[in-house]
Design a protein around this ligand. Structure first.
Ligand code: AP5
Ligand code: MG
Length: 215
């Protein structure tokens, strides 16, 4: 089963994707994570996208579609979770064509609804395990008291370069201008399932499970 987690920065896409990977053996395809990996490994593409990401702008459709295409030709596990992709109508059309090419389709698009105020609070309190990418939050999911990641035991935690108020403002602008039209696009296709992303992490997981069990 292939699904999209759609929502603004800080909506909880990565948090919920990691839970689905652990519980259902699905494969998380986060274009944000792929781009950050390219940055830290110093590839040509990484250098090109670094400034764009730090500003909070969108990377070109061509680059992210290429990243996704590569993954779709790899192992399919218990299905793909598209996290942070697609983000434009052109990416959505490309995804449909790419899935068709590998004999797959989209089961559901989960729209995670959260208000802007909550997003700022979440993003400015986020940290990530440097080893496995597990997502923490100073307020809602603190790093364990022994300083070790719950998932892998790693002891180094990082904050993202684009998790500051100025970049976040731009990321939100990009979301409303370029990504939110996808809500209508998937509604028209009968795939859209809005959920309350403001609820606590386990309640949100329960809402997603209910959607997936019916899809
Ligand atoms: P990306 O990495 O995708 O960032 P984003 O969309 O801005 O989303 P985030 O990762 O910030 O938030 P999230 O929804 O995953 O929330 P999380 O679970 O971490 O993209 C980064 C950049 O890469 C883009 O700006 C762009 O430049 C580029 N890019 C990526 N994809 C692209 C594409 N397709 N096209 C073009 N450019 C692209 O949670 C946030 C915090 O809240 C955490 O601390 C978490 O613990 C906490 N939290 C989560 N859920 C809850 C809850 N229910 N209650 C309380 N706290 C919660
Ligand atoms: Mg994320």
């Amino acid at each position: 089963m292939n699904i999209i987690l759609l929502g603004p920065p800080g909506a909880g896409k990565g948090t919920q994707a990691q839970k689905l990977v652990a519980e259902r053996g699905m494969i998380q395809l986060s274009t944000g994570d792929m781009l950050r990996e390219a940055r830290s490994s110093g590839t040509e593409m990484g250098k090109i996208v670094a400034d764009v990401m730090d500003r909070g702008d969108l990377v070109t459709d061509e680059i992210v579609i290429g990243l996704i295409e590569e993954k779709l030709n790899g192992p399919q596990g218990g299905g793909f979770i598209f996290d942070g992709f697609p983000r434009t109508l052109a990416q959505a059309d490309a995804l449909e064509a790419l899935l068709r090419k590998v004999g797959q389709s989209l089961a559901a698009v989960i729209e995670m609804r959260v208000d802007d105020e909550a997003l700022v609070a979440r993003i400015t309190a986020r940290s990530t395990c440097a080893d496995c990418g597990a997502v923490y939050n100073d307020r809602t999911r603190p790093i364990p008291a022994d300083g070790k990641c719950e998932n892998c035991g790693g002891t180094e935690f990082t904050r993202r370069a684009d998790d500051n108020e100025e970049s976040l403002r731009q990321r939100l602008m990009e979301y409303y201008k370029k990504t939110s039209p996808l809500i209508g696009y998937y509604h028209a296709k009968g795939k859209l399932h809005p959920i309350d992303g403001l609820a606590d992490i386990d309640t949100v997981s329960g809402e997603i499970k209910a959607v997936l069990d019916k899809a």
